[in-house]
Structure formats: structure tokens, C-alpha cells
Design a protein around this ligand. Sequence first.
Ligand code: NAD
Ligand code: DAU
Length: 359
Amino acid sequence: MAIFVTGGAGFIGSNFVLDWLAQSDEPVVNLDALTYAGNPENLASLEGDGRHVFVKGDIGDFDLVIDLLARHRPRALVHFAAESHVDRSIHGPEDFIQTNIVGSFRLLEAARAYWGGLTAGDREGFRFLQVSTDEVYGTLAADAPAFSETSRYEPNSPYSASKAASDHLVRAYRHTYGLPVLTTNCSNNYGPYQFPEKLIPLCMHHALAGQSLPLYGDGLHIRDWLYVGDHCSAIRRVLEAGTVGEVYNIGGWSEKTNREVVTTLCSILDELCPRNDGRAYAEQIVLVRDRPGHDRRYAIDASRIERELSWRPAETFATGLRRTVHWYLEHRQWLRNVTSGAYRHWLAQQYGGCACGCS
Ligand code: NAD
Ligand code: DAU
């Protein structure tokens, strides 16, 4: 028995692989193209561990995927691989279309061919789990109820549109070919190994470097935050007990404005790693130009997964953020390694040369 994971060198994928192998001896075949977001260093603790088979390659490479499936005969495929950053999708949507739509399509084709060749019993037990996002549901008014599994798809960015397209393909492969699929739609994750282009690790990195902490627009956009370890436990639970063909929303009941997130991060840093000049990190916060088409509010109604699969997050935002800050403080070299030349180029493109976006 083995499971097949795509994108397992990225933020959530690497947390998933590490958590999986900490709790089970079932091997993991990990296919990752190692784009700028994929980092083998995340998996360094698995070096020499025969339960982890890492393959550098593209989910869109049908021949490679079919060959790996035939050789390792996994009982499940968990699909994390994606282009995942909204701002990058605004600058250049092409990669998002290629990986998230065309790549997912080719992966589904390979999974369908492999699954079709299994014995009846193995076919029955096989699962294709699509890791998706709350962003496919669009944006919420301040007083609207949280997204449920039946909320309408209304994606607003090239990223969320490409994820929505791949969710639709997954659904169609169930409906048309009978492929045993599961889909999860999760809210914003944070935690160890998150690439510092996303809000929390970016502000962590900039705070320590004495740079500005850029809040888009008025800083009052709302996201619903979940510690990455809780996302991983939810995926394991859905894989284990989810009903084939169903969708499960995953979230932490933890809506915060971006300003609240960053000020909380700053106060944890004030306590754990005070600035040399004794001033508050929050003084580094600046408002910068808004993200085009910026969704105002996301919120996940996670009652279905709680009710049907008895899943609950272990961390609150307060405990999860504190753990995360500790992790980044203890992994300064990891942060230094990922904030190299290509990263600086991204900052210049996104924030206009200076990290505060003022130029
Ligand atoms: P990430 O950008 O950190 O990692 C993506 C990984 O996929 C990287 O390792 C990258 O190398 C790999 N990859 C990209 N293109 C590939 C390709 N063509 N073939 C093989 N590998 C490729 O992303 P993440 O934040 O870990 O997100 C993982 C998944 O979870 C994505 O599908 C994302 O849409 C979804 N998701 C993310 C969040 C979040 O808050 N980060 C929330 C909900 C859902
Ligand atoms: O909701 C789930 C989604 O969460 C995932 O599907 C995406 O893959 C993931 O990237 C994330 O998308 P967001 O756009 O919500 O995450 P990001 O960290 O980029 O931004 C969080 C909020 O903070 C958002 O309202 C934009 C704002 N922001 C972000 C950055 C990078 C800022 O105000 N300043 C910044 O510099």
C-alpha cells in the first residue's frame, strides 16, 4: 500500500507528507515539479527514509504519472500541486491555466487509466482527493452567511478561476467515468514552511528585516485562518471516511481582518523577539495599493466535516500563530535560503522596488 501525493514539496503538501509519515508507515510517492514554491529543504528530515519516494516532475506529464502509478500502485492520490498565489495569477495567469487546469486534467486522465486497470476490489477502495480552496466561492458581504458546500462557484481571480475549473473537472470525472473522487475546500492556511510571498510569512520576514509590513487597501479584508496541521488532519480524515463524490469545507471558524492578523503577529514578535530600539513592530505597518479585484471576505462553514466526520481543529488562531512565529524564529536559515534573488525580484515586481509599495 502507498499513497501518491502531488505538490508535496510546497507549503501544505510538505506539512502533509511530514505529518503522514510521523503517524503511519504507509509509503508516500511525492511528485513535485519544484517550481519557485517547491522546496526540497522542507523534506530534509526524510532524507534516507525509504517510506518517502520523491520524484521531480510535472503533473501534466501523463507518461511519467502513469508510469509512477503502475510502479507504486497507490491506493489514493492526494492532489496539492498548483500555482497558488493570487497576486502572481494577476501578473501572469498563464502558468495557472497550465498547471491548475491542463495539469489537473492530465493527472485525472492518468488516474482514470490506472484506476480502470485495477481489480474490482482495488477500484472500489481507490480515492482521488482534490485539495481546493474557499476562493472558488467568490467573496462575501459583511453580514452574509459563511460558505457552505452548496454555495455557488463565483471565482474572481485567475487563480480561483483555475482552481474552480479543476474542481469541475474532478466532479465530471466522478459523474462521467465513476472515478472515486473527494473534494475539500479549505480556508487560508498558515504555519511552518509557508513561502514568504503570502501575508503571514511575508510580514514575519519583513518584520525581522526591519522592512514595511504592507497591508493592501484599507487592511480590513477578512480571511478565515486555519493552522496547516489542522488542514492536514482534515484531509487525512476525509480520505479515511469521506463519502465518495462529496465535498467537504474545511475551516477554523477564525475570521480576522488582515490588520488584526498583522497586529497580532507584531505583538507576539514584540514579546518573543523585541526590536533593538524597543519600539513596536506594529509601527512598521503601512497601507499600500490594493490588489485588483481583491475579495473582501472569506468565511467557511465547517459544520459538515465536524458533524459527519467528527473533525475539529486542534489549534486556535492564537495558539497556531504563536507556534508559527516560534517556528520562523527557530528556522531563520530556512527563511534566508528562500528569500534569495528570485524572491527579491518578485518583491520588486509586486511592491514596486520597495517592500512598502510606496514607489
Ligand atoms: P504552494 O505554492 O506552497 O505549493 C505548490 C507545490 O506544487 C509546490 O511544491 C510546487 O513545486 C508544486 N507544483 C506547482 N506546479 C506543479 C506542476 N505542474 N507539477 C508538479 N508540481 C507542481 O501551495 P500551497 O499553499 O501548499 O497549496 C497547496 C494546495 O492547497 C493548492 O492546490 C492550493 O490551491 C490549495 N489550498 C491552499 C491554501 C492556502 O492557504 N495556502 C488554502 C486552501 C487550499
Ligand atoms: O483562501 C484560501 C487561499 O488563501 C488559498 O487558496 C491561496 O492559495 C492562498 O494563497 C490564500 O490566498 P489569499 O490571497 O487570501 O492569501 P494571501 O496570503 O496572499 O493574502 C491574505 C490576505 O492578505 C488577502 O486579503 C491579501 C492581503 N495581503 C496579502 C499580501 C501578500 C496584504 O494585505 N498584503 C500583502 O502583502
